[in-house]
Write a protein that binds this ligand. Sequence first.
Ligand SMILES: [Zn+2]
Length: 361
Amino acid sequence: MSEKKEKHDKNEEVEEQEEQPEEIVIEREPPQGSTDEEKQYWLRRLPIRQGCFDSPIDLNLVNCIPISLPKLEWVNFDAIPKKTKLTNSGHTIIFSAKWLGERPYIYAGPFTAKYVFSNFHLHWGENAQEGSEHTVDGGNFPAELHVVFFKSSYLTQEAALKEQDGCATLAYLIQLQEMENPGFQVIIDSLRDIAIAGTSKRIANVCVLRLFRKFLDDYYLYWGSVSTYSCLHFILWLVTRKPIGISNEQLNCLRNILDHQGSQLVKNFRKVQPLCDRSVFLVNPCPSKYATLLPITHDTYLQYHVSEVFYYKDIGAISKLLKEFLEDTQSISQYSETNELTEKSVDSDEDETQNEYSCDN
Ligand SMILES: [Zn+2]
């Protein structure tokens, strides 16, 4: 072999080596044929492979990866709390509660452990053209409700926030509807008493499912994060495809509460963040693939109150409720007063929710 040819071959070898950089393969979906357990494990490790990015994001049906997972299970949600509190944190309105027995929790779906209810809070804007954190096909909704859960084995939300699999948030986009949402009225009626930032009020002990609905399937799933002071925390987001409705009058009441500067809190939503290389999944989607969100289901008086007494299997209460509804539509306000409590701030040692995501760093 001539010296020239040998040199050429060596160069080729070098070139071949240079052409083999380590390829970074971003897995966008679980391998075909994975079991439910394998998919749950794969989902749990996703932020380590794809990176941690901030929330919220724009939701678009076209970008989503359909995935099948076990149905989400909801346990103890029909239990009435022993103590319920509404807090004006200066940034939002936070609903928190204590139960005599085990707190409500969710499991299955993407989860391999129990995630207990921590609180729910709201985001809204100055007018009906803004307010939601997530956008849908680039468009805003007037408000959004976030239900925060943490993994029960971490015992507290503060401890759970430090873990990659510690917290999950269920998000509901809120649309305007003509009629009042009766489930929300217990919140709306108390807002005047917590107008000042940092104040709390005990409110009627109501089943939390009067305020948000269960969903088992058909939700967007992605890994995001929330920032608290100097911390960045992983959060698994589940955004239901079914929005909930409130009236414009109810939404206006939220805009009357005050922030820490004493100004009306009219804008408490974050900007949409880039998706980057993240995967967004649509879990067990319904057959309708024409719209990113499904049409609103109107939240009516009967839907809430009949479902609530059904929890107690109290047929007498159901027939009484139907009679009341037919005879007198004013019974909505009467019902909300049956559990009236004295107005007082809950002791500070019980106050877990001055911030919707608290952080002790
Ligand atoms: Zn939130």
